[in-house]
Design a protein around this ligand. Structure first.
Ligand SMILES: [Zn+2]
Length: 254
């Protein structure tokens, strides 16, 4: 019997999920939800790191984040297509883990792989529920399908406070040493230390929208039902803990 997941997030490349939704996943794993990540490609077209190195780094990051599983589907990086093969691959993962929430990249991202991964995840989440769709596993249609932001930021449907887990998000990012560390020869946008700072700037901006230090946004195309108005969190008057120079979140190597 395969473990069932509460939340399953798909990224096109092995570090995408950490960048856009790392804090949210760490937070939910700490609340006791079973969370998993599936990388649709192995990231072999990136300037630095081999698929083997990137897989080891991705598993290390997943461990830091408290994930219940992390898989790699191995579809071609930089040439990702939405076709029968890739749809079947994503559908079979959804059917195997039966997540309640499935999240993929945002539909208007500018990176072609992110765009196609977005379409792939949304189509697969629907088709997965069709009894006669030719893929292995019992039909399962996840009730909630969301999208996380990467290269393009847009108006979020709601915002998740990630302030408490921010240091762990940075630690998970730096687990991808071949990408974010300066250990390889090829200089890229990503291994310039400013890149991690940009991720932090975005998370701080999103945090400021709900008056917290760090947060991540999620986009939901569908309308969502809410049972309990009391589970909504609005602006609070003042913070419960006073920030001192000792407990301000600092990231390494900045
Ligand atoms: Zn990517």
């Amino acid at each position: 019997m395969v473990m069932e997941l509460d939340i399953l997030v798909f990224g096109a490349h092995p570090d995408d999920v950490e960048i856009g939704l790392g804090g949210t996943l760490i937070k939910h794993a700490r609340m006791g939800y079973k969370c998993g990540i599936v990388d649709i490609t192995a990231g072999e077209s990136g300037s630095n790191g081999t698929p083997e190195v990137r897989r080891a780094e991705a598993l290390k990051a997943a461990e830091i984040m408290g994930m219940a599983m992390r898989d790699c589907l191995g579809f071609p990086d930089a040439r990702l297509q939405v076709n029968e093969d890739s749809l079947r691959g994503v559908i079979e993962v959804i059917r195997r883990y039966k997540p309640k929430v499935v999240i993929g990249p945002y539909r208007k991202d500018k990176h072609p792989d992110h765009l196609r991964a977005s379409q792939l995840v949304r189509e697969a989440a629907h088709l997965s529920g069709l009894r006669r769709y030719p893929a292995d596993g019992e039909p399962h249609r996840p009730p909630v399908v969301g999208e996380f932001f990467l290269a393009v930021y847009d108006e979020p449907s709601f915002i998740i406070d990630t302030s408490d887990v921010y240091e762990t998000k940075i630690e998970a990012l730096y687990a991808h040493q071949s990408q974010f560390g300066m250990v390889e020869d090829t200089e890229t946008l990503v291994n310039d230390p400013r890149f991690v700072r940009m991720i932090q700037s975005r998370d701080q901006y999103v945090g400021s929208l709900i008056q917290v230090l760090y947060a991540e946004g999620l986009y939901m195309e569908q309308k969502l039902a809410l049972d309990d108005l009391m589970s909504l969190r609005g602006w609070e008057r003042g913070w419960k803990t006073r920030l001192t120079p000792d407990n301000i979140v600092e990231s390494k190597e900045l």
